[in-house]
Design a protein around this ligand. Structure first.
Ligand SMILES: [Zn+2]
Length: 437
C-alpha cells in the first residue's frame, strides 16, 4: 500500500475548522489519519513538515491552459506543472481554447491529455454557447456527463439576456453554476485599461467599471428569477462588490458566488502607467478604491473565492505595443506568495480566510468531492508552504511556458515547498518530481 506521512506541520484546513500542529497520513491516495504522533513505521515515505504550513492542495477554478490550439503559450503538461509549483493540485481550465470546448469530444480530449500529461487534477469547464458565439446554448447534459464541472464562455461575455436566462434555466438541472465573465461589450469596446486617472494620463481608451457592474446587475436578476446558480468571475470594481453584497442580502437570496484574482487584490491601474503589457488584462486593474473594496469583500465573505485567471501568452505577443498586446497575466506560481506577503503577513486579511478561498470554497462551489479538504477519506492533495524564506520572483524559473507575470522582481514569502497529489509527492523545492507524470 502506497503511503506518505507528513510529520509535524501546522495543518490549516478550513473545511474542518482545523489549525493545529499534527501528523497527516495518506494511504492509497486518501487521507486516513491526522494525529499528534502517527507511527512513522506506518508509512513508506515521509516529509518533515516542522515549521511549514500544511493545507489542502489549492483549487484554482479559473485557469487557461491553452491546449488545444495554442500550445506555444501553454500546454496541459506545462500548465499543470506550473500549478503544482504554486501548491495548486486542482485546476479548472476555461473553454476558450481553439477549438472551443463545446462538445463531448472536446471535454474527452481535455480529460485524456490531462490523464497522460497532467501532474495536477484537471476539471474542465465547457462553454455556455456553441463556439462561444453567444447565440446557441450547448448541450449541457452531454457535456456534464462527459466530465465538465460547470459552464462558462469566459474570455467573452454573454450579451444576450435571453440566452443567459435560458442557460441559467438549463444549468439548474445539473445543480452547477454558470461562471460569468461579466462585461458589457458595447461599453468596453476598444478599451485597453480602466477608465480612470491613468487612462487620462496615458491617452489610452478606458473600460468603465459600469461595463462589469451592469452585467452583474442583470445576472443577479436573472439568477433570482430562474433560481439557478451563478458564479461571477474575476470581480474588479467596487460597484460590482456593492451589487454582489446587495444581491446576497436579499430576502430571497440568489445563489451567487464570486471570485477575485491575486492581481486585482494587490495591483491598481498605476501598473499600466508605463505601458507595461504585463499589467494589461481583462477586466482591467482599476483604482485604489476598487482594490480596497475587493479586499474588504474577501474579508467579509461577499467574495468567497480566489482564482488566478492564469492566462499565458507568448513573449512575442506581449512584446507588442500596449494597444495591440493581448489581455492576461499568469498567476498560479505566485498566487499564494503574493497574497501572503502583501495581505496576510501585514495583517490585512486572515490566513484562514485566504486558505478557505483557495481550497474548500472553490471545491464546494464546483462540487468536487473530497477536494479542497484534508478530512479523512479525502483525496490526499496537500500543499506545504514555507512562510519564512524570502525569494525574488524570477519568471525565468517558472514551470509555465509563459513569463507574462506582473510580479517580476518582487520579494515574497510564503512559497510552496512540497506539493502532494493523491498521496504522491509531485513537487519538491522548485523541482517537479521526475516520475510524477
Ligand atoms: Zn474572463
Amino acid at each position: 500500500m502506497a503511503s506518505l506521512l507528513i510529520r509535524g506541520g501546522r495543518i490549516l484546513d478550513p473545511s474542518q475548522n482545523m489549525d493545529r500542529v499534527a501528523d497527516l497520513l495518506i494511504e492509497d491516495g486518501r487521507v486516513t489519519a491526522i494525529g499528534d504522533t502517527i507511527d512513522a513505521q506506518r508509512a513508506e515515505q515521509s516529509i518533515d513538515a516542522r515549521g511549514l504550513l500544511v493545507t489542502p492542495g489549492l483549487v484554482d477554478m479559473h485557469v487557461h491552459l491553452r491546449e488545444p490550439g495554442r500550445e506555444d503559450a501553454e500546454t496541459i503538461k506545462s500548465g499543470t506543472r506550473a500549478a503544482v509549483a504554486g501548491g495548486v493540485t486542482s485546476v479548472v481550465p476555461m473553454a476558450n481554447t481553439t477549438p472551443v470546448i463545446d462538445s463531448q469530444s472536446g471535454v474527452n480530449h481535455i480529460l485524456q491529455i490531462s490523464q497522460r500529461d497532467g501532474v495536477a487534477r484537471v476539471h474542465p469547464i465547457a462553454a455556455v454557447t456553441m463556439g462561444q458565439k453567444g447565440e446557441e446554448i450547448c448541450e449541457f447534459g452531454d457535456l456534464y456527463n462527459s466530465g465538465a464541472v460547470a459552464f462558462s464562455d469566459d474570455g467573452k461575455a454573454i450579451m444576450n439576456a435571453e440566452i443567459m436566462r435560458r442557460a441559467l434555466q438549463y444549468v439548474s438541472m445539473f445543480n452547477v453554476p454558470i461562471l460569468t465573465h461579466a462585461e458589457d461589450c458595447d461599453l468596453a469596446a476598444g478599451g485597453h485599461i480602466h477608465e480612470g486617472h491613468v487612462a487620462t494620463l496615458t491617452g489610452l481608451k478606458g473600460i468603465p467599471s459600469c461595463a462589469e457592474a451592469i452585467q452583474i446587475a442583470r445576472d443577479i436578476e436573472l439568477t433570482d428569477f430562474t433560481h439557478a446558480k451563478l458564479h461571477v468571475q474575476h470581480v474588479s470594481s467596487q460597484y460590482s462588490v456593492q451589487l454582489l453584497r446587495a444581491g446576497k442580502n436579499r430576502k430571497e437570496k440568489a445563489d451567487i458566488t464570486a471570485e477575485v484574482s491575486p492581481h486585482h487584490l494587490v495591483l491598481t491601474e498605476q501598473a499600466c502607467l508605463h505601458f507595461d503589457t504585463y499589467a494589461k488584462m481583462s477586466p482591467p486593474l482599476r483604482a485604489e478604491a476598487d482594490r480596497q473594496s475587493l479586499v474588504e469583500a474577501l474579508k467579509d465573505g461577499t467574495i468567497e473565492i480566489i482564482a488566478t485567471d492564469h492566462a499565458p501568452h507568448t513573449q512575442i505577443e506581449k512584446d507588442l505595443p500596449f494597444i495591440d498586446a493581448p489581455n492576461g497575466v499568469i498567476g498560479m506560481e505566485t498566487a499564494f506568495p503574493v497574497i501572503y506577503t502583501k495581505l496576510i503577513a501585514p495583517g490585512t486579511v486572515p490566513l484562514d480566510t485566504v486558505i478557505r478561498a483557495m481550497t474548500f470554497a472553490p471545491a464546494q462551489r464546483l462540487q468536487l468531492d473530497g477536494i479542497g479538504t484534508l478530512a479523512p477519506g479525502s483525496h490526499g492533495d496537500v500543499a506545504l508552504f514555507d512562510l519564512e524564506t524570502e525569494k525574488t520572483v524570477d519568471p525565468k524559473k517558472f514551470h509555465s511556458k509563459a513569463v507574462n507575470c506582473p510580479f517580476n522582481g518582487w520579494n515574497l514569502k510564503g512559497w510552496p515547498v512540497y506539493t502532494v497529489v493523491g498521496g504522491q509527492l509531485v513537487y519538491d523545492h522548485g523541482t517537479i518530481v521526475p516520475d510524477a507524470s
